[in-house]
Design a protein around this ligand. Structure first.
Ligand code: C5P
Length: 298
């Protein structure tokens, strides 16, 4: 039996744009992605009897292949033609669940990186990302992490210069949003306001935090039901009032992020938001890709 622990970092979308609906039911995307220091901790017990299963202590998270972490282990075993049977995946959740911050996708990506190390398969990050495609659209990005442009379904990735050092406040309001339902709303309503993705790429090239922050934008915000949109707008306003350089919803929501160039202002924002919201976090951007595998656990 072998043990391994890994970090599975959350992500935010600095921009999220939908270019078109595709005949296969997915959408062509253009997104600037950023991983952050808030992370789940994944422990892999490879060879622990009982088949492939996940444990999180959270009743609403599935333990079987309905959990992306288990789906990733099955996809890895299939893709590599390996025939081992037993893996216990223990998930210590820090990333909010169903929140637009890729918690499940990042757990899946960590499992792929971990199994690559434990089984000695020796796949490259790009090969692992390709296995991740069948698990979920955000998984390939989560395998590579840091700052990247994601296109296609989300699997066509171009590394970008790092977001300049800053503080990122995350705030998840107390409701969940169905990703497929939000895509259907976008199909119905198709709003015309779009992010200035080119401007964000240029600002990243120049190391211009303010230039990035004033262009953060998510096309999903415009098609939210009015009561949810009001909550999101309220949190964004609170971030800006507290001194954020920019604020937007991440992914299909409902987590809102704010970018700050001063730690004291970010901490103040956390304090203010915590008066009305339960899930508020102070994070930093990650400039290094997640380590392929941490040191083996004790
Ligand atoms: O790939 P994933 O399982 O994360 O996607 C969840 C759902 O989100 C898909 O079934 C699809 O309805 C929608 N989706 C989409 N276009 C994408 C990614 C996701 O329409 N690029």
């Amino acid at each position: 039996m072998s043990l391994l622990t890994l970090q599975a970092p959350a992500k935010i979308n600095l921009t999220l744009d939908i270019l078109s609906a595709r005949p296969d039911g997915y959408h062509e995307m253009e997104m600037v992605m950023q991983s952050v220091s808030l992370a789940d901790r994944i422990r892999l017990d490879w060879g622990f009897p009982g088949g492939i299963r996940a444990e999180s202590g959270l009743r609403f998270l599935p333990n079987d292949k309905g959990n992306l972490a288990v789906a990733a282990a099955l996809a890895f075993r299939r893709a590599t033609g390996q025939d081992w049977r037993d893996l216990r995946i223990s998930i210590d959740k820090a990333i909010p669940v169903c929140a637009g911050t890729a918690g499940g996708s990042s757990d899946a990506a960590a499992v792929l990186r971990g199994l690559n190390w434990l089984t000695g398969a020796g796949l490259s990050p790009m090969e692992l990302a390709r296995i991740g495609e069948e698990v979920g659209s955000d998984v390939p990005y989560c395998v590579l992490g840091t700052t990247a442009l994601a296109k296609g379904r989300g699997e066509q990735l171009t590394p970008l210069p790092s977001l300049p050092p800053c503080w990122i406040v995350l705030c998840k309001p107390h409701f969940s949003i169905s990703t497929p339902a939000l895509f259907r709303e976008w199909d119905r309503k198709k709003k015309h306001l779009r992010p200035d993705t080119k401007g964000v790429l240029a600002a990243l090239d120049q190391g211009d935090l303010i230039g990035v922050a004033r262009r953060v934008f998510n096309v999903f915000e415009a098609v939210l039901p009015p009561h949810q949109r009001r909550v999101i707008e309220g949190i964004k306003n609170a971030m800006i009032q507290a001194g954020a350089l920019g604020s937007a919803m991440s992914g299909s929501g409902p987590t809102v992020f704010g970018l700050f160039d001063r730690e004291d202002l970010a901490q103040q924002a956390v304090q203010t938001l915590s008066e009305t919201q339960e899930e508020v976090f102070l994070t930093r951007p990650l400039a290094e890709p997640p380590a392929p595998a941490a040191e083996p656990a004790e």
